[in-house]
Design a protein around this ligand. Structure first.
Ligand code: DGJ
Length: 704
């Protein structure tokens, strides 16, 4: 609900409140936290309201827009320069409450939702700035739009999606940082005095920094305390900047990052920021995650796929890499038959002359040397064996050694006069050029329209370099969304799995189109506990594409028990990445059993509430529990690292159950009350390195 009364702009979903007021033409922030009645929000504002914004300069007031050059010396959230000015002075013009959010022309939270639109103007600079606040259950979504209403072009240096001012306090921040094979490491640091930045200037979302940030009370934990979570619905360059000022107030600016030097904003031109989702909870980091998860399940993920079972795939990559032909694939398909697998996915190597990663990207034409009877023979073989077929593309890439590059060298992003930098022997196509998007769409459309393909893995294996100007970064991302839109529209039943050298493109905008994303190329069960734990901070389990792979693991060379690999992969969308034509009878039996159990638990895993009970970054044990929202059942996986002799291991206390009800614990053949499970806990037993405990908990009666 949004109310405007007595100059208090109050946004609330009943659980959080966000409030500001107008003073001397400026939007002064007054409150963000647990829901307040309007009159309390008014009281919070009145102390600030008594003071003139100008009396001490702009330096210490909390604002809805951080501006440059007029005495607010903190980080700006909107900065523009033009002929004769580098400062702005945006003043309130009007505000209206809309029944719905105006379209951003890029992914944002779905569905009708009440929105506050505030218009500000700077007459001297000739600029109009609009701030949008949209209320969702548990979350506030914000974006901004700037328009050049003057007579001359200006340079837009910064336009964040939101400036969020947090009250005086002692805060930590959590970010998800990593590298290839180790995505989304959780790091928690102090918000010390000064400016702290998390960003990506790779042109695409990266392994290095996820567009996520949580700022939390120093004493907040996984299970309690004030947490503010932020996640940008965008797949390009971003920056999250925090500044702790001399009064220990923290300003958080978050948005798409504009390249150094800025971008021009021509007369009459507008620029719209992506949407920033912000979440407040007093239930700790876990509470924040549960809000994000529910929000994304109900308002972000394509309803065609949200909360629905995902296919159980076997992917060819680690089994055959580039080395396959029709016969080999048929043996692979024969091997997959009878295991419970739904879909066989043919990864890289089926097109052009791609025997290694040094050629053919862009030439999306079936390689008849490997597949003389085309994909059709392979697909027919899948169908004969009762399975569906999926295929890999890297739509945004072009190999210098490709027919496409020879025909259109200008379609690769490049700077005139320089040879482009190759990474993984490839360039990036200029998706800001509509001709390029048309070409890639047609090439993919041909393959998808001519074959029965219900699954696409969309990969992307490098960052952007040699970019000739800052605007291209935005055009590029828009081009990617355009291709996604066209494919989703033309092939509504095709599920597109996101991927970028593993989990390098885990962002909410990709999730808008891709209901699941390959979480990492590192499929080692031990390493995966950390990667999946980190991802789960803001992304629901139903978006994590996890595969059981062969051991010794191709990345870590480690051997972990088959059951543990299955248990870890089950915390998301289960799949396989091993040569099913060559596995032992024992492994076949294990896969069958894993899939059978997973299918029975799948609905709970994909739609339940996640509780992280042991942090693998902080202890030798990983434990996650998924509980049904009504507390009727739960699924728990606990995994250790190296087995330690005589190590005292505490019980694991479950969450989200009904303390008065009686539950069965299948694996222990026991009946325990919710109170016992939550307050006394279950004792894990680890007899080997990297071993797993799995507990299925089911409510028997409402009374213990
Ligand atoms: C990187 C992906 O993460 C892998 O799963 C695989 O698809 C390769 N690319 C193929 O080149």
């Amino acid at each position: 609900m949004i109310t405007i009364s007595d100059n208090i702009y109050h946004i609330t979903d009943g659980k959080y409140s966000y409030a500001f007021f107008v003073k001397d033409g400026k939007l002064v922030h007054s409150y963000y936290g647990k829901a307040l009645p309007v009159d309390k929000a008014r009281m919070k504002s009145s102390a600030l309201n008594a003071l003139s914004v100008h009396s001490f300069g702009y330096d210490w007031m909390p604002f809805e827009v951080g501006e440059r050059g007029r005495g607010d010396f903190r980080i700006p959230s909107a900065a523009v320069s033009g002929n004769g000015f580098t400062s702005t002075d945006f003043l309130f013009e009007s505000a209206e409450v809309l029944d719905d959010k105006p379209s951003l022309n890029m992914p944002s939270l779905r569905g009708k939702a009440q929105t506050l639109a505030v218009t500000l103007k700077d007459a001297v600079a000739g600029l109009e700035l609009k701030l949008y606040y949209t209320v969702y259950d548990g979350a506030l979504a914000r974006h901004t739009e700037i328009k050049n209403i003057g007579k001359l072009p200006v340079t837009l240096c910064t336009l964040d999606s939101a400036c969020t001012e947090l009250d005086i306090g002692d805060y930590d921040y959590i970010s998800l940082d990593g590298r290839w094979g180790a995505e989304c490491g959780v790091s928690r640091q102090s918000v010390a005095y000064g400016v702290h930045t998390l960003s990506s200037s790779r042109g695409v979302t990266s392994h290095q920094h996820n567009p996520f940030l949580a700022v939390l009370d120093k004493d907040a934990t996984e299970h309690s305390g004030d947490v503010y979570g932020f996640n940008l619905i965008y797949s390009g360059n971003f920056a999250a900047r925090m500044e702790r000022d001399e009064k220990s107030r923290v300003r958080v600016n978050f948005g798409a990052q504009i390249a150094e030097g800025g971008i021009s904003l021509e007369v009459g031109e507008s620029f719209v920021s992506p949407e920033l989702v912000s979440v407040y909870t007093d239930e700790g980091v876990g509470g924040m995650s549960r809000i994000f998860h529910k929000l994304y399940r109900t308002r972000l993920i394509d309803p065609r796929f949200a909360d629905k079972p995902r296919p159980i795939v076997v992917n060819s990559w680690e089994s055959v890499y580039f080395d396959f032909d029709e016969q080999k694939l048929k043996r692979f398909i024969d091997g997959a038959n009878g295991l419970g697998i739904d879909t066989v996915v043919l990864d890289d190597g089926w097109f052009g002359k791609r025997d290694s990663d040094n050629c053919s990207l862009g030439d999306w034409i079936i390689d008849r040397r490997k597949l003389p009877n085309g994909l059709k023979a392979v697909i027919d073989h899948c169908k004969k064996n009762g399975m569906k077929f999926g295929i890999w593309f890297e739509p945004e890439a072009i190999s210098p050694n490709s027919d496409l590059y020879r025909a259109h060298p200008g379609w690769a992003i490049s700077t005139v006069g320089r040879k482009g930098i190759e990474m993984r022997n490839q360039y990036v196509l200029d998706f800001s050029n509509p001709q390029v998007v048309d070409y890639v769409f047609e090439a993919m459309r041909k393959i998808l329209a001519e074959h029965e393909i219900l699954y696409v893995k969309w990969d992307m294996n490098r960052g952007l370099s040699d970019v000739p100007n800052g605007k291209l970064y935005f055009g590029y991302v828009r081009g990617v969304y355009e291709l996604y839109d066209r494919l989703s529209h033309e092939f509504p039943n095709v599920l597109i799995e996101g991927c970028s050298s593993g989990g390098g493109r885990f962002d909410p905008a990709i999730l808008y189109y891709s209901p699941m994303i390959w979480a990492s190329d590192d499929t080692d069960a031990h390493e995966r506990t950390k990667i999946q734990y980190g991802l789960s901070l803001c992304y629901p389990l139903q978006t994590l594409s996890n595969h059981v792979s062969v051991c010794p693991n191709h990345q870590s060379a480690r051997t972990t028990p088959f059951d543990t690999r299955g248990a870890v992969a089950s915390l998301g969308c289960l799949g396989y990445e091993l040569n099913v034509a060559e596995i032992s009878e024992d492994e076949r039996e294990k896969i069958k059993k894993q899939i059978e159990t997973y299918k029975a638990d799948r609905n709970l895993i994909l739609t339940g509430e996640l509780y992280r009970l042991r942090n693998p970054f902080a202890s030798d044990i990983f434990c996650e529990q998924v509980a049904a929202e009504d507390g009727s059942e739960a699924y728990v996986v606990a995994v250790n690292t190296l087995n330690k002799v005589n190590l005292p291991i505490g019980k694991i206390k479950l969450k989200g159950l009904d303390e008065n009800a009686l539950y069965s614990v299948k694996e222990l053949n026991a009946q325990l009350s919710g109170a016992e499970l939550m307050y006394d806990g279950l004792q894990p037993e680890f007899r080997n390195d990297f071993s797993a405990n799995i507990w299925h908990i089911k409510k028997l009666t409402n009374k213990r």
